[in-house]
Design a protein. Structure first.
Length: 417
């Protein structure tokens, strides 16, 4: 990324790690490379679905692997741990790699890991494969948002990230239900093998349509932890950690919560409503993020808070639950785009390091949300989840509002990447 200063002035020089524009091409007259960005969105879809797919297949996986469902559920946790432990060191180690080579390496890792998961009848081997998938995710997540920024003209970088990040709500709203259906209709191994087939096709798509970008030269790579000293980075990372924690506490146990309010049989429909609202959120954020990042981030936190408040009411109304889930999806769907854009803007020359730390904290929050939710469920029951979300969102809103100069600035001018 370009620029050493952390103001929102737009850089006028060519960044040291960017490819020169073709003759006659300028940042402002290029259009979005939709085929390339859709390939990145599919990569995001693969990473998100690979992480969450076991959630819908736990009973069958448990039977075939010869362990309990609680142990099988740790296939999701070990994935997040793999990402959290390796995102920062691997991002630093591969900073000089060309971006296309790095992306294809990460996606090949998913293909291998999902194939081993599908063919394994040994629980420890399955856990190793899931850990490897998490490592591949750490590489991919630290890379994808920055890659999308580089492929777009300056004034459309936020929209480019929104397109790439659309793979998340698609995976949650369509991928997980489809994988669950396939696992029930055939078997869970076929669901994971289908992911391998998709990954092989995606590798060909990336090779054919995604322009390459250079890595960072040795002298242009700032120390990884220097990003923490850049004004604005720490607030963004704090908001990421706590916002994702709040969301995960409720989302991980949403089926349990719905069962507690008498809507357990409607879990699939509730998740479909959530996913549809999330897709709408991605579209809204993509259209407005270049000028309204701060306002959108505040709105996202407020929408999720209102949704949690409605779910906390002991009304027993299914209509209110669907309304709350719609607000939740509208608030949460664009959050990955908002937070990754904020991290990239704030990071400047340390943007890749900031993204790697964001990925690490994101997965720490996901693992922590599952653990915290399990403890709350055992101690006080599922009705505590919405109240926990509300409590966690108070510091999120406070930090976003306070980070007016850096992190979530009142005025944002897109910088070149």
């Amino acid at each position: 990324m370009t620029g050493t200063d952390v103001t929102r002035t737009e850089s006028t020089r060519t960044p040291p790690d960017a490819s020169p524009a073709p003759a006659g091409d300028t940042t402002e007259n290029r259009e979005l490379p939709l085929l390339a960005l859709l390939a990145l969105a599919t990569a995001v879809f693969v990473t998100s679905l690979t992480e969450t797919l076991p959630a819908g297949l736990l009973p069958a996986m448990s039977r075939d692997l010869g362990v309990g469902e609680s142990a099988t559920g740790q296939t999701v946790t070990v994935y997040a741990i793999g990402t959290a432990l390796t995102a920062i060191p691997l991002t630093a180690a591969t900073a000089g790699w060309r971006r296309k080579r790095l992306l294809m390496t990460a996606m090949a890792g998913f293909g291998v890991a999902n194939t081993v998961t599908a063919l394994s009848t040994n629980f420890p081997l399955t856990m190793v494969a899931r850990f490897v998938a998490g490592v591949a995710a750490g590489l991919a997540w630290a890379l994808l948002a920055g890659y999308a920024r580089r492929l777009a003209p300056t004034h459309l970088q936020g929209r480019a990230i929104a397109i790439a990040m659309a793979g998340i709500p698609v995976a949650l709203s369509l991928g997980v239900p489809a994988g669950t259906f396939l696992g029930k209709a055939v078997n869970w191994q076929i669901a994971f093998l289908s992911m391998t087939v998709l990954t092989v096709a995606l590798l060909g798509w990336i090779a054919a349509t995604v322009p390459d970008q250079p890595g960072q030269r040795q002298g242009a790579r700032p120390p990884m932890l220097r990003a923490l000293r850049v004004p604005g980075v720490s607030p963004v990372l704090f908001v990421t950690l706590v916002f994702v924690l709040a969301h995960t506490v409720l989302y991980t146990f949403v089926a349990t919560f719905l069962d507690g309010v008498g809507m357990g049989s409607s879990t699939d429909l509730v998740l479909l409503v959530f996913g549809t609202a999330s897709l709408a959120s991605i579209w809204i954020v993509g259209a407005l993020i270049n000028r309204h990042l701060r306002a959108l981030t505040v709105a996202a936190a407020l929408l999720v808070a209102v949704a949690a408040a409605v779910l906390a009411l002991p009304s027993g109304s299914s209509a209110l639950v669907y309304a709350a889930v719609t607000l939740w999806g509208l608030g949460w769907g664009g959050a990955p785009t908002l937070l990754q854009t904020a991290a990239g803007d704030a990071g400047g020359e340390s943007a890749d390091a900031a993204q790697a730390m964001l990925v690490t904290l994101w997965n720490v929050a996901m693992a922590g949300g599952g653990i915290a939710g399990g403890i709350l469920l055992d101690l006080v029951g599922s009705r505590s989840f919405p109240w926990t979300v509300l409590l966690l969102l108070v510091p999120v809103l406070a930090v976003v509002v306070a980070a007016r100069a850096h992190g979530f600035p009142a005025r944002r001018t897109a910088r070149t990447s």
